[in-house]
Design a protein around this ligand. Structure first.
Ligand SMILES: [Zn+2]
Length: 542
């Protein structure tokens, strides 16, 4: 009996021990789980700063912005917005709270991520890279494996054959052009970019297909001029390209014997010959068709800006930073010398400066006519992020208010990408991509450089530079045929065989949100516009 009791007692004490152990394990692991859930879901309260929400309205002083998870949950005056004691309070008294900046024209390289973030750029649109690599990097950034901004991308630029650059693909019939659009979309492209040699007929086929799939078309054009492109349904003109051709001031073909740099300078100089009455007429058409102008002045017109010496001095400081030793040597050499942005010939410089004044006029007239002007830097070897901050300064130099420039780099850019419901402004329900500045950019737009804190996707970002910065998937050398060319060849064969090409392409389409652009367009104006594309020249390899 005793023995039995004793056994029962042993069993009981064993059971107690197991329960105790379980309880301890629960406390340890359960506690950790709870703690980690609390940590990631802990509310963040930005308290006391002046809110510039991206909508362009009057700033809200002594504001509170509440963030939960990766979303903004509440925004308002300090005396109206309550938050729990458990919230992490970040005092922003005397500071300025803005949406994370969006750069609409960049060329992503492995080394760029933390530089974008440190300068307050939380979203970029890549306009020329290997499609499969940029798709991978974009996804890795989304998963937090790459410390860098959100990446939207166009993949391969579409041109009439033969493709002039390694990230372009030639399309020679409207059917092939439409297949290319569907294939790009199937790999997550947020926009289509068209190139210099493309014909109006092919452009029309491309815009029709892209708009059907809910994405915009933007172009760095030449053979098709700005007027023809607007009539063919283009949504954005990168570098304000095609404008000179529409006014008969520059040839539609590249001139034999001229290198890329000579063509680039000749184009800039030709802006000085623009007659304002003729420009006004063209602007009226572009604005009425909701074609956005994307001037990328920080790269294309820096040469003519009065700020160029100041920019050169600033770049030289970045070149010396030991924490940026991971930036490729040729890029740091460019920062040290700013050689791209110097013109030796005084007559050339005078003409480029006169051209710059005409460009500023065009941008202001376009805006006054109801057209969109977007903020984009064309970063490929300039300091990522800093180049977009400079674009805002140059927009203010052109005559826009700091508030207008900020709105272009936040709300307007998001809307062009059909992402206006998710990002671009600080309102409840949107992604918590937010920056805090230590000085007022509305008084002096240079203060856009004074980024003190960056929050991306609800997480506070480390804005320091790290000499060992790297990304998991390095940018590969491009091998032809690229994926898109392989698919187009395959489609051609399969079409010859059974006529099932289009269906095959469509069933291969995992991407969603295809209709977002269409919806956003409806909200905006009657027509639509979104997308842009483009690329640069002298400076631009794409
Ligand atoms: Zn470019």
């Amino acid at each position: 009996m005793f023995g039995g009791e004793s056994k029962r007692g042993q069993r009981r004490s064993s059971l107690r021990c197991v329960l105790l152990c379980l309880a301890v394990l629960c406390l340890i692991f359960g506690g950790r789980l709870v703690q980690s859930a609390v940590r990631s879901e802990q509310m963040i309260a930005l308290v006391g700063g002046t809110l510039i929400d991206g909508n362009g309205g009057v700033p809200l002083k002594d504001a509170v912005v509440l963030i939960q998870g990766n979303k903004i949950v509440k925004v308002g005056s300090r005396n109206k917005v309550k938050y729990p004691k458990t919230a992490k309070v970040i005092d922003t008294t005397g500071k300025f709270i803005l949406p994370g900046l969006i750069d609409m024209h960049i060329h992503y390289f492995d080394w760029m991520g933390e530089l974008f973030l440190a300068h307050g750029v939380t979203t970029v649109k890549d306009v020329g890279n290997d499609l499969l690599w940029i798709e991978t990097i974009s996804s890795e950034a989304q998963q937090g494996k790459v410390r860098g901004p959100r990446i939207f991308y166009v993949g391969d630029g579409l041109d009439s054959p033969p493709p002039a650059r390694e990230t372009h693909v030639g399309v020679d019939t409207p059917q092939m052009a439409q297949r290319a659009v569907a294939l790009l979309r199937s790999r997550g492209a947020s926009a289509i970019k068209v190139r210099e040699k493309l014909t109006p007929e092919l452009l029309k086929a491309i815009t029709e297909e892209a708009h059907k799939l809910g994405i915009p078309v933007t172009g760095h054009i030449r053979r098709t001029d700005a007027r023809e492109a607007a009539l063919a349904g283009i949504d954005g003109l990168e570098h304000v390209s095609g404008f000179l051709q529409a006014l008969g001031l520059r040839p539609r073909e590249f001139e034999p014997g001229q290198n890329e740099l000579q063509t680039f300078i000749a184009d800039l100089k030709a802006f000085s010959q623009i007659e304002t009455a003729k420009a006004d007429e063209l602007i009226k058409l572009l604005a009425s068709r909701q074609v956005a102008l994307i001037p990328t002045m920080a790269n294309w017109w820096r040469i003519a800006s009065e700020r160029r010496e100041e920019f050169a001095r600033e770049d030289a400081e970045y070149a010396k930073n030991p924490q940026l030793a991971y930036v490729p040597g040729d890029v740091r050499k460019q920062w040290a010398s700013s050689s791209f942005y110097k013109l030796k010939n005084a007559d050339d410089l005078a003409q480029v400066q006169a051209g710059y004044k005409k460009l500023q006029y065009i941008l202001m007239q376009h805006y006054k006519a109801g057209g969109k002007v977007l903020a984009a830097s064309d970063t490929f070897s300039s300091v990522p992020g800093l180049s977009l901050q400079r674009e805002l300064m140059l927009l203010v130099d052109a005559g826009f208010t700091p508030m207008q420039a900020i709105t272009m780099a936040t709300r307007d850019n998001a809307q062009f990408l059909a992402r206006g419901k998710e990002t671009g402004t600080i309102v409840p329900g949107k992604l918590a991509d937010i920056i805090v500045l230590s000085a007022n950019p509305l008084e002096d737009i240079r203060d856009i450089e004074r980024v003190e804190k960056v929050i991306k996707d609800g997480q506070e970002v480390d804005t320091n530079y790290h000499a060992n910065y790297s990304i998991p998937t390095p940018r590969p050398a491009i091998k032809r045929p690229v994926w898109l060319e392989q698919q187009l060849q395959r489609s051609d064969k399969s079409k010859a065989g059974n006529g099932q090409t289009r269906e095959a392409v469509k069933s291969d389409e995992p991407c969603s949100s295809a209709h977002a652009i269409g919806q956003e367009k409806e909200q905006n104006h009657a027509k639509a516009s979104h997308l842009h594309h483009r690329c640069c020249s002298c400076c631009c390899r794409w």
